[in-house]
Design a protein around this ligand. Sequence first.
Ligand code: TYM
Length: 344
Amino acid sequence: MAQFPQRVFSGVQPTGNLHLGNYLGAIHKFVSLQDTHDCIFCVVDLHAITVFQDPAVLKANIREVTAAFLACGIDPVRHIVFNQSQVPEHSELAWIFNCVARIGWLSRMTQFKEKAGKDKENASVGLYAYPTLMAADILIYRATHVPVGEDQKQHLELARDVAQKFNKDFSASIASLGHNEAFFPMPEPLIQGPATRVMSLRDGSKKMSKSDPSDNSRINLTDTADIIAQKIRRAKTDPEPLPSEVECLGSRLEADNLVSIYAALRGFSKQDVLNEFGGANFSQFKNALVEVAEAKLGPIGAEMKRIQSNPAYIDDILRKGADRARVIAGANMAAIKDIIGFIR
Ligand code: TYM
């Protein structure tokens, strides 16, 4: 396999209610990757409209995700932060990938099945084709590493399948244009640490999600300290004290989730947490969790508010980021057109 320069790409949908799962599963990881990689972080507004979005709310949500990136510590000068719809090459490559990906691949996507629900006939075509756009997001930059939560794993596998099929279908053209043996890298998912799948605070078998009708099921990045404390204190648990060994968390879904959250917030392993809290009851453990959650998330929420009070500042960052992203995307798109045989 050809060697590709390392580049990180990831995206977050501007669909409101950014929560602790988005933070621990994704944004928190983005922040640390900045020290080791060139990174591109995208507010994926084209993905958001696969289900209807009110235009005014969409605009506010694009700014909110951008503010969250900045408030969590993403540096838009050293790295690239932008919104997807300002770089048309994403949509352009997505169309090409619609012609590379197979219907059978998309039909297997569990996220489509979940989101479309029983009424598949009435889902948008965009919701079905969502994973080819996601593959385009990553591959238009020939990104090699993609930090995401566990729920995006299947989409990443599809992106790899698309990259591989494109490289194979066009191998002769790719070689004749002097691109080594492959044009696209196989993007590697980065799904690591104790909180790759943060679960609902009300039901440990359900993922923490933006769309859960119960606001108590999640901690939003914009929740105040009081609300964070209240939600943690009300979180579902079981009657047993915490165990001393990770293996004993087994079927105790809610306990496992709270331990994972605490571990991720403190940069510990789950076993570290149980070494400290094994034998403790939940009221004790929840006090400690409230303390770290408030300490970590409180300043982020406050900084988000401050940044959001200046939409012109946010829009300027997005515009500048898009200009830089287009330089890379445009060059790659030109090469892709040559490979396919388009005249330009
Ligand atoms: P989205 O907007 O649903 O979520 C953004 C990121 O948060 C992660 N995440 C979670 N992690 C742990 N526990 C949870 N409960 C949880 N909920 C969400 C997601 O895994 C994701 O990393 N399809 C993507 C957006 C996207 C993208 C891309 C990502 C579009 N193009 C290209 C990477 C590369 C999505 O809907 O994420």
